[in-house]
Design a protein around this ligand. Structure first.
Ligand code: TYD
Ligand code: MG
Length: 452
């Protein structure tokens, strides 16, 4: 009798072991190693099918290789096209990850409903009725959008042969299972096998495939890291669930830059593309409020104006509280220390709270100056003029340091009607006669002299 082949996989990182052990050597997690049946006896894996002649590829000189650009399918969604690097490449496999409820299924169903091509949406999570209800909320209807509720890859391929779609969407990869592997759906070996089958299908037919992937509690795509190596593009759909914004980001893209990002707003009728996010992130209605400052940041390659709010109040307890939402708390402590030491502000006995409005998190150092300005504004209880903005990093000795892509930040500020932008003296600005006044500063004291 043929022996059943089993191996032990770490469910966290995908490492493989010959026998069970308590802790994974690779990721150091405990109790994550599970035995999985690899192959049913008597069943030949499709890879081992020896009846077909093997195709052997030959090396080619690089100049002889067909260098024409891949043809791209344009999705009826500018933000998505931008993140993909100008459209969906035929035969590519795109993995979309994100927290539960963030809107992955909505985003891809919306893509399927808007595009003027035949789409097969395979769902292993929701019934056809549920998807219909969702589609009715989103509204635009595509006559050739097919919905299939199926989890077995072999059946999916059979249906694909009947429908002959131009795009396949799988919701989600963790619900699929293949006959070639015995272990349960969602296990490492099933995910690996199903992805391999789908990649093989995409490459052979040039039909692009979207895969939705769940993420684990620490934000990685569930299943082995190897999944991310296998696919062509890894996208992450993120955002704060309590806020309306959603950001689509490319973590890996074999056909484009990973700096691009798409911004959406979740509405009652699906996701709306936000082509000018700065307008939504800053509320310049509240005039005369102290503690508010606008920063010119970059998200990926996109300039984005955001609002920084600070609250400085006398500490009630012995140790002052420092808290930051959307901004690195360590960096806040550093900026406060610089203000104490270099500019002589007595902040040691003050509670300081920082908030980036809109629920987004910024790690661009260029918002340092806006944070400092907001803190000083709140400390003195003097509001900043509402058409001033800031884009510079603050160094440890209190110097104002230059930031990247300053021209882009300046033109975004100008486009939104700001009258003055504070930048480092050492930034090389090539932008000519812009309608905005550029204040060049070199030390942290300069800003207090100009503003307060
Ligand atoms: P969903 O796409 O199911 O998330 P995921 O597939 O990532 O788990 O999104 C579900 C959330 O989106 C749900 O909480 C309701 C909200 N939503 C809207 O606000 N408006 C809409 O039009 C739709 C379809 C969903
Ligand atoms: Mg879903």
């Amino acid at each position: 009798m043929a022996k059943i082949k089993t191996t032990f996989f770490c469910q966290n990182c995908g490492s493989q072991y010959a026998q069970w052990q308590g802790q994974c050597n690779a990721c150091k997690e405990w109790n994550t190693i599970v035995e999985e049946v690899l192959q049913k006896p008597n069943k030949l894996s499709h890879d081992l099918d020896s009846s077909k002649p093997k195709r052997i590829s030959k090396p080619l000189k690089i100049k002889d290789i067909d260098g024409r650009k891949e043809s791209r399918i344009s999705l009826v969604d500018n933000e998505f096209n931008r993140v993909l690097g100008g459209g969906l490449v035929g035969g590519s496999v795109v993995l979309l990850g994100g927290e539960p409820g963030i809107g992955k299924s909505t985003l891809l169903l919306q893509v399927a409903l808007k595009i003027n091509q035949k789409v097969l949406y395979v769902s292993g999570e929701e019934s056809q009725k549920q998807i219909k209800m969702r589609a009715e909320r989103i509204n635009p209807s595509n006559d050739s959008c097919y919905i299939l509720t199926e989890t077995k890859t072999q059946n999916i391929f059979k249906q694909i042969q009947d429908v002959l779609p131009d795009i396949v969407i799988i919701d989600s990869i963790q619900t699929l299972h293949s006959d070639y592997i015995e272990s349960s759906a969602g296990s490492i070996s099933q995910i690996k096998e199903c992805t391999t089958e789908l990649i093989k299908f995409a490459k052979e037919t040039s039909i692009p495939v979207f895969l939705i992937g769940h993420i684990t509690k620490d934000g990685n795509i569930a299943g082995p890291k190897i999944l991310e190596h296998m696919v062509d593009t890894v996208l992450q759909f993120e955002g704060d669930r309590n806020h309306v914004f959603r950001i689509l980001r490319a973590h890996k893209n074999r056909f484009g830059s990973t700096n691009e990002l798409g911004i959406y707003e979740m509405q009652g009728s699906g996701l709306r593309e936000v082509s000018n996010p700065s307008e939504l992130l800053i509320s310049r209605k509240d005039e005369g409020l102290s503690g508010n400052a606008i920063a010119g940041t970059l998200e990926g390659l996109r300039p984005l104006m955001i609002e920084v709010q600070a609250l400085v109040s006398t500490a009630v307890y012995g140790t002052p509280q420092r808290s930051a939402t959307g901004f690195n708390a360590k960096r806040l402590n550093m900026l406060l220390a610089i203000l104490e030491k270099r500019a002589g502000f007595k902040l040691a006995a003050k509670d300081v709270f920082i908030n980036i409005t809109g629920g987004i998190t910024i790690d661009d150092p260029a918002i340092d100056l806006a944070v400092v300005a907001a803190i000083l504004s709140s400390n003195d209880d003097v509001s900043l003029p509402k058409d001033y903005c800031f884009a510079a990093e603050v160094g440890l000795s209190g110097e104002i340091r230059p930031v990247t892509r300053i021209d882009q930040r300046i033109s975004e500020a100008q486009k939104l009607g700001f009258s003055q932008i504070f930048v480092s003296k050492h930034n090389k600005i090539t932008l000519k006669n812009s309608g905005i006044k550029i204040q060049l500063i070199s030390k942290i004291e300069d800003i207090t002299n100009i503003l307060f």
